[in-house]
Design a binder for this molecule. Sequence first.
Ligand code: 2HA
Ligand code: ZN
Length: 273
Amino acid sequence: MKRNILFEPWMTEMIRTLTNMYNHGWDERNGGNVSMLVDEEQVVRCLDPDRVIRRIPTGFTATELAGKYFLVTGTGKYFKNVQYAPAVNLGLVRITAAGDEAELLWGFTDGGTFTSEFAAHMMTHAARLRVNPENRIYMHCHPTNLLAMTYVHELDERSFTRTLWQMCTECIVVFPEGVNILPCVVCGTNQLGMDTAEKMKTARLVIWSQHGLSAVGNTLDEAFGLIETVEKAAEIYMKIAGLPRINTISDEILQGLAERFGLVPREGYLNNA
Ligand code: 2HA
Ligand code: ZN
């Protein structure tokens, strides 16, 4: 007897997280997309792995991910609706041996398909698994203050990271590697997928300027927490950016925080450190 996929902890956590992202205002309309690597062992408890509903071409080749299973949000789907209709808004797919198709095993019940950013997801999963075999999550959304900040702050990665670190003492502890940044480009392309995956080799956070933020992590909580912390910092920045600034967090304090928590800040990002 197979278990009900909707009651599995990884599924309920995905649904709760997407709902929470919507409630934070990060995912207007169909904005945002999330994918989660799921172990075969977890999948076969609920589904017959030989029962492929449909094959969906991906438009790229990801042989490194052959045979891997991903729970992923659907294109055009609204995060706010996932909790009411998970099987329409989410899909569980397996990457084929050739790496250029996804086999649908569950979900997308209205004939839908995965997010338009599937290339960024899969290319990033492949890149992250090379640097961290425990990585499971790719999360993308449109946090308001972070987006606002990409209009008024220079987009140099060191400078942008330093400003975020200076917005509250928590930041350097949560993302000591900083944030990487891509310029504003047309989204949904393989090129953006490749560029994002490249940027994800050195940081768990990548900003798409004037578009949004993506985070990776071993768990949904880790990726969500990274985004939450960056967005909090950006919110503080947007509150103070137009005001005279008379105090800040010094590089000495930032270095001290990193040492206190046994973390190494991105090399060269602190002055005299
Ligand atoms: O899914 O966020 O980047 C809609 C988007 C595209
Ligand atoms: Zn987006």
